[in-house]
Design a binder for this molecule. Sequence first.
Ligand SMILES: *Cc1c(COP(=O)(O)O)cnc(C)c1O
Length: 384
Amino acid sequence: MAMTFKGPDGQEDMPYLLTPGPLTTSRTVKQALLADWGSRDTEFRQVVREIRSELLRLAGCDDSYECVIMQGSGTFAIEAALGCFAPSKRKKTLVVANGAYGERAAKILDHIGRNNILISKSDTTQVQVSHMAETLEDDRNISHIWLIHCETTSGIVNPLGDLAAAAKQAGKIFMVDAMSSFGGIHVDMVRDGIDVLVSSSNKCIEGIPGFSYVLVKRDLLEASKGQCHSVVLDLYEQWKGLEANGQFRFTPPTHALVAFRQALRELEEEGGVAARNARYARNASILVKALGEMGIQPLLSDNEAGPIIQTFLTPRDPNFKFEQFYDALRARGFAIYPGKLTKRDSFRIGTIGKLDADVMERVVVAIRDVLRDMNVRDMAPLAG
Ligand SMILES: *Cc1c(COP(=O)(O)O)cnc(C)c1O
């Protein structure tokens, strides 16, 4: 007989998702899905209005910013933002990458024919102002910069405020992929001088997948008219539609939007971004400490690893097999995430979503049991 377990809200055989999204959501967020909203109704348009203004407030925006919602996962909004705002003639976008998501942004720019320069740092190197200074000095045609805030490849958090300030000082347009951090790490677009920020519904706000969004200075949005390489991803046209009658140009993910409004209200009830950040940081610290005591080494030091996702180096014990480890944890009610580093074997455990210290303690117990069952003793990492 298959082992059964109880997951979130006591649901049978539904695991906690220890991943960077989709992630575990509250029961009340899921309950918000139990209604069919008409996309033209006043009530639904009010939901969209509330979401747009709440996102701007969370990001510290003043009234020179706009929020445009885009159907699709996070990458849709990334491609939309690059297609609308990355320059297309002589000017260039500088992408400073330290993982797969930075590399992907450069790939998108190549694909849509926008000039770009990619600086590629290792997954364990935090991006610093000094890494881009020389390139900015050498190439006067760089007008835009693209950065990943939390690089989910490793979980490393780049010093957004410092980098944005340096970009502003150099007179550049600063754009950030804050997909996996927004709502979990405080961002202030006005204070930091961030022109464009992209995130999605199913990360730290704890909504369900279905849409992404772009927060952007209105003058940039206005200037993007006619610039997008794509009809569906055109943020200017999407914005014009939303402003004209509160409606989307094409079918909106109504259920995901209503659930997201509930998730935003729950973020406020929890105490806002500061309280959520503290919960995630506690999740991360419980996990890193307990696995460290077992001898399993995290990839990053405490001050580089953010609270979003933790990367651990694979134990060198030949009995450790990731697939078996994954399946056994899954059978106990916890879905973890494979590693994505280019150089070292690793696995990842997400610490965001509707998870608290109690869940993390149970994860730790499950990991200890599984490693014992697999007879894994030598936890030191494979040589890197
Ligand atoms: C999740 C994520 C994305 C978007 O991925 P999708 O699969 O398209 O939702 C982009 N950048 C980062 C840093 C992410 O964590």
